[in-house]
Design a protein around this ligand. Structure first.
Ligand SMILES: Cc1ncc(COP(=O)(O)O)c(C=O)c1O
Length: 429
């Protein structure tokens, strides 16, 4: 009995340690963020224990009258924020949103065009991910190696030649807008369904600072809701689709790839979208400014940041080739010891390299922006990082600088109320 209690307390202690580590670190993983206190509150409500299979007013269980109102409100907020006709807030992750669209729109043997993994594509669009699970034929777009962006003319020719039923754009390394407008004629010529995976850039789209896929030819957007959109770990599907297409996608969610959705996370997503309607534009603008500042700071200090010809990035993400500094694995692991958290990343020239030891690192500025970093703070961060990457001093020396820099940023910004970011986390301290 006591042994089991000890096991439980050990887990609590590890979670506390984790909180302390992140509280004292610079978080630069491009796919992460932290939630506002008001959104976080939703996660610990009773909603987290309940079932609500189906759609509002067409459920299979009793007890859902408030859930129906919440779900309708979240759909309404999604449509307002993204100016979409349809919102499905049920997918429990970005991958689940993707599997729902794949299941709804494609049958085994159908063809899909996708970005290549080494061009920044996501595993759910690869043959050993969700696309493979559905037994689809895949063609990859040609792309520009330096900026990791689809080459529109070459891609248009490929689309017309291969006639995929669905064309998917959107990557995990998403530096520049996808050339949707440039490829529009090709999509129309073969009557393809255009699907935009906005997992990474959803918050930048919400803040009107990246591109506007639904006005540029995409019929459906999928996304994670916890990257640049600073909400809960969850997913969403947005559409400007005809009724039949939308019904197929909704069936792809339930019963296709999900039974119950996570009601607490859905409610937290609604709160996040209300906050985005209020603060999203300012937040997205600052996130991109910070990414460009960090990229040019690292570049000026001699780190090989990709995309120089296009000012490095138009999103929250920047990518550096660190082969000259020992490679992506070595640098990411060393920086972790310095309390700077980012990830190693494959680059387009890594064809023969393992994803465990790639040439690059990927950096995102959405989370540091969320806690208040402005350009001058980012410049200071760039000089600490460049010093660390180039000279690899004793990690304790870097940690001290990181601690001093981070200690000025304890609150979540761009959300309702001046509430302490760590209010709930501190309950555990
Ligand atoms: C482009 C893209 N699509 C989908 C996903 C999957 O999102 P999730 O982790 O929410 O399942 C990711 C995750 O990083 C991504 O980068």
């Amino acid at each position: 009995m006591t042994g089991n209690l000890d096991e439980a307390l050990k887990l609590r202690e590890l979670a506390k340690e984790h909180n302390r580590f992140f509280g004292d670190s610079i978080p630069l993983i491009a796919s992460e963020n932290i939630m506002s206190p008001l959104a976080l509150e939703m996660l610990i409500t009773d909603l987290g224990y309940r079932y609500a299979e189906g759609l509002p007013h067409h459920r299979y269980y009793q007890g859902n009258f408030y859930v129906d109102q919440i779900e309708e409100k979240v759909m309404e907020l999604g449509n307002r924020l993204f100016r979409s006709r349809q919102t499905d807030p049920r997918p429990v992750s970005g991958t689940n949103a993707n599997t729902s669209v794949i299941y709804g729109l494609l049958k085994p043997g159908d063809k899909i065009a996708t970005p290549d993994l080494s061009g920044g594509g996501h595993i759910s669009a690869a043959k050993f991910g969700a696309v493979g699970l559905r037994g689809l034929n895949i063609v990859n777009y040609p792309y520009d190696q330096e900026t990791m962006t689809i080459l529109p003319d070459e891609a248009s020719k490929l689309i017309i030649r291969e006639k995929p039923k669905v064309c998917l754009v959107g990557q995990s390394v998403f530096l520049f807008p996808a050339p949707l407008k440039e490829m529009r004629d090709a999509f129309q010529e073969i009557d393809a369904k255009v699907w935009y995976d906005g997992a990474h850039v959803l918050g930048l789209i919400a803040g009107k600072q990246f591109q506007d896929p639904l006005r540029e030819g995409a019929e459906v957007i999928t996304g994670s809701t916890h990257k640049t959109l600073p909400g809960p770990q969850h997913g969403i599907i947005l559409g400007n689709a005809d009724d039949n297409t939308w019904r197929s996608i909704q069936r792809g969610v339930f019963p296709g790839t999900l039974s119950n959705h996570h009601l607490n996370a859905m409610a937290a997503l609604g709160v996040t979208m209300a906050e985005e309607l209020e603060y999203g534009e300012a937040y997205a603008k600052q996130t991109i400014k910070n990414a460009r500042t960090l990229a040019s700071g690292l570049h000026e200090a001699g780190i090989m940041v990709l995309g120089e010809s296009r000012a490095f990035t138009e999103s929250h993400t920047l990518v550096a080739d660190v082969r000259a500094n020992g490679g992506g694995k070595k640098i990411a692991e060393y920086l972790e010891q310095c309390n700077i958290v980012l990830n190693k990343n494959l680059l387009p020239w890594d064809d023969n390299k393992s994803s465990q030891d790639p040439s690059g690192i990927r950096i995102g500025t959405q989370e540091i922006t969320r806690i208040g970093f402005k350009e001058s703070d980012v410049k200071e961060l760039a000089s600490i990082m460049a010093w660390a990457i180039k000279e690899m001093p004793d990690p304790a020396k870097v940690r001290e600088k990181v601690h001093n820099l981070k200690s000025g940023f304890r609150k979540v910004q761009y959300c309702f109320g001046d509430l302490d970011a760590y209010k709930y986390i501190e309950l555990y301290r």
